[in-house]
Structure formats: C-alpha cells, structure tokens
Design a protein around this ligand. Structure first.
Ligand code: PLP
Length: 426
C-alpha cells in the first residue's frame, strides 16, 4: 500500500494490508515501554528557570509611593504593576486589578458575584433567573466549561473559526433570549485552536444587540503575549470597542503571568470598565484585605517595563517553538496524504488542535494510553466533555522535552492511522 493514498480510496485488500501494517507498528510502539504525557499546557522546567531571578526579589520592601508591600492594603494591586499590564493589554491603569496567582480564580469569583449579587447592569442576581446560558465557542478551554457545569449554567456551542467564533451564530443566540448572559472568548492564540479573534469579529461582539442587559464577554486573554513566530498578533481592544458601541460594561478581560513567570506563583489581572472594577473590588473587599504585593513588586522589579515582558516572551519562544515544529513534523511524516487527520499550525499559545477521522478520537486516546502516551481525554474541549463528532484531540507539547515530543507524536500518528484503518474496515 502507498501510505500517501487517501485511506478511504484504498481497495479492501489494500486497506486490510494497511491495517495489518499499523497493527504491527502499534505493537512495536507498545514494546518500547514509553511513559510520556502531553495532557496539560504546562511550562517546561527550562521555561520556569527563565524566571529564577524572581526567587531573589524583591530587593525593596516598599513600592514607589513608599508603601510597605509586606503589609495589608492596596486591594486593586500595586500601581506600577497595573500600569505595566495596562500598557501590555492596551487599557488604562484605572481599568486593571492585579490579584493573586490565578486568572481562573478571578473568573470563578466574577461568576459567583454575578450569581449572588448581579453585575453593574443586571436587573437581578443571575441565581434568581430561571435559567442562565453561556455561549461556548468550540473547541474551547475545558476548565471554562467545567466551571459553568459546576454552577448549573447551560452551555450552547458555536463553532470556533480561524478568526474567532461564528459571530452570526452568536448574534442569533443573544438577540432574543435574555437567559443568554455570557460568552467565553480566548481572543489570542485560543485554547486549543490557536485562533486569533479578528478586529471585525471583536467589534461585532462588542456592538451586537443582546436581550440580556448584562450580557458579559469573558475575554480570557491567557495567551496575549505568547507568540511562537515573529508575526506577533495584537489582540483586539475589546474594552474600547465595547465602550464605543455603548456597552462599556460588557467585556471583562483576564490575563496572568502563569505562562510568563511561574505557573504556580505568578500574578493574575482583570481589566474592565471602571464601573466593573468598582463592582468587582467591592465584593472582593468582603473577602480580602489586600493581595500579595510582595509578589507584585518582585514582578515589577523583574520585568522593569512592558518591553521587559516582551523580551522575556521571546526566550520562551526559543524553548517551545521547536516543540511545536516537532509536532507538525511527526504528524506530517505519519499522516500526510492519508486524509484521516487535520491539525492546526498555531503562531502562538500552548496547544495544537488535532482533528482525526470522525468517531475515532476516543479510540486514538485509548490506543495512545495503551502505548504509554497520555493525551487529554477526547472531548475535553467541549462542554460536558462531549464532542458530538468524537474527532477532536488537544495536544499540549510544551512540558515534555523536545525528544519526548518527537517520540510521543510519532506514536500518536501511529494511533491515528490505526484507529482510522480500524474504522474504515469495520
Ligand atoms: N485561561 C486559559 C485559556 C488557559 O488555557 C489557562 C491555562 O491553561 C488558564 C486560563 C489558567 O490561567 P491561570 O493560571 O491564570 O489561572
């Protein structure tokens, strides 16, 4: 059999021969006793090492206003860090809150505040609505969906395209149904597709009429600065777009240094209209006397300014871009021409999105597991873990070493080809 012929066009005999060949390749793979993990988008230790100077900072105990950072206070975060992030995110310092180490926690408490108290434009708390629905572009970030599931918030999906969600579908969903209160958007280098929301789509999301007066865009810019090429994408300025179209409180933006400095000890930020910031801090004030300003200050000393962050991100790129290239190489080597898989070529972020033959993603993941290669569960990028076409697999190549990525991905290619051959010979 010619491996470059589309599998579906092979004769029965050739397909049977291909299946036998892949079964042998899989048996050999199992025989290698691999133990590799491509499940989560974690920085590699070499990336964490880039920020080791943080372990000896800050050198000062006061911020530039002379306030002792070791003490309570300053709920909105250190002014100099808010300025730094304001420049990076194209917003005003007064629109930024610098918080703890996790932007996911900030998203969680934002939704809790909407549920318990309602937002600035809410007629009542979301918990007193009969039903709350979120629009979920798919494939998307699994933790966004599991958070909504925990709150009993309903999820309706729209397709994610290369330039952002299917906005016409979003517009249709929000127009007449007041239960639709929110949407998740990862605008830059989306998890897992790598998509970048275009200026035009961002403007439509900001301007579209919504039945709910408090419809909120959860603009999770987790990968805003995480470029993999010299072509550094700029995120659309959603706060200005929304303000200009009369919906200043619609977007709430999130970001963090989890994949810039330390994933477990970075700084998360929220950015929104000043009214939203007051609302958010008002509720936070009942649960905190102030954030970890020592951590804020050491980040300021470490980066100095926004250019410091940009330069630092180029060092990350040197470490991880070769791993993304290795994913593409292995998939191309193993699968090109078979027409049983498509994968993304992200220019930033932490993931490669692999779509295999419909109905085979779960099989691929279990085959990989049987060969010692841990992949994110099939369907993880869909609400309730359910991919209706069972074809989507999220690959996270940053954590393992480069050789491990090569080995693991060659193995994944074998599993994809085997699962496809099984399916087509059924
Ligand atoms: N948002 C997205 C889209 C992510 O992919 C991740 C981590 O994978 C996070 C948020 C988590 O961010 P944090 O570490 O700031 O909680």
């Amino acid at each position: 059999t010619n491996p470059r012929t589309p599998l579906a066009s092979l004769s029965d005999d050739d397909l049977a021969a291909f299946l036998t060949q892949q079964q042998a390749a899989y048996a050999a793979l199992q025989g290698r006793g691999l133990k590799l993990d491509l499940t989560r988008g974690k920085p590699a230790s070499a990336q964490l090492d880039l920020s080791n100077d943080l372990l000896h900072l800050p050198t000062s105990t006061t911020d530039r206003a002379g306030v002792d950072v070791r003490n309570y206070g300053g709920l909105e975060g250190l002014a100099e860090l808010r300025e730094l992030f304001a420049e990076l995110l194209w917003v005003e310092p007064s629109q930024v809150v610098a918080g703890g180490n996790s932007s996911l926690t900030m998203m969680y408490s934002t939704i809790v505040d909407f549920l318990l108290f309602g937002g600035v434009d809410s007629p009542r708390p979301w918990s007193r609505e009969e039903k709350v629905t979120f629009v979920c572009p798919v494939p998307g970030y699994d933790r966004h969906f599991s958070m909504l599931a925990e709150f009993g918030i309903e999820m309706v999906t729209v397709d994610m395209h290369d330039d952002g969600p299917d906005v016409a579908a979003v517009e249709a969903l929000v127009k007449d149904d007041p239960s639709v209160k929110g949407i998740w958007i990862v605008p830059t280098y989306a998890n897992p597709s790598g998509a970048i929301v275009s200026q035009e789509k961002a403007a439509r999301l900001a301007a579209m009429p919504t039945a709910a007066p408090d419809f909120t865009i959860f603009w999770d810019n987790a990968y805003a600065f995480h470029h993999l090429t010299e072509d550094e994408a700029k995120s659309a300025d959603i706060l200005s777009l929304a303000a200009a179209s009369g919906h200043p409180n619609r977007p709430i933006m999130f970001a963090s240094t989890s994949k810039i400095t330390f994933a477990g000890a970075g700084v998360a930020v929220l950015a929104a209209s000043e009214a939203n910031v007051r609302w958010w801090l008002g509720h936070l004030a009942m649960g905190s006397i102030g954030p970890d300003k020592v951590n804020h200050l050491r980040h300021v000393e470490f980066f100095r300014d926004a250019d410091g962050v940009r330069a630092h991100m180029r060092k990350h790129r040197e470490i991880i871009a070769p791993k993304f290239a290795a994913v593409d190489e292995a998939l191309t080597d193993g699968l090109e021409g078979l027409e049983v898989a498509e994968w993304t070529h992200p220019t930033g972020g932490y993931f490669v999105n692999l779509d295999v033959l419909d109905g085979t993603a779960s099989r691929v993941v279990s085959l990989a597991k049987g060969a010692g290669i841990a992949l994110t569960p099939a369907g993880a990028s869909f609400p309730h873990g359910h991919d209706p076409r069972d074809r989507n697999i999220r690959l996270a190549p940053t954590f393992p070493g480069l050789d491990e990525v090569r080995t693991a991905m060659a193995g994944v290619a074998t599993c994809v080809a085997l699962a496809a051959a099984e399916k087509l010979t059924q």
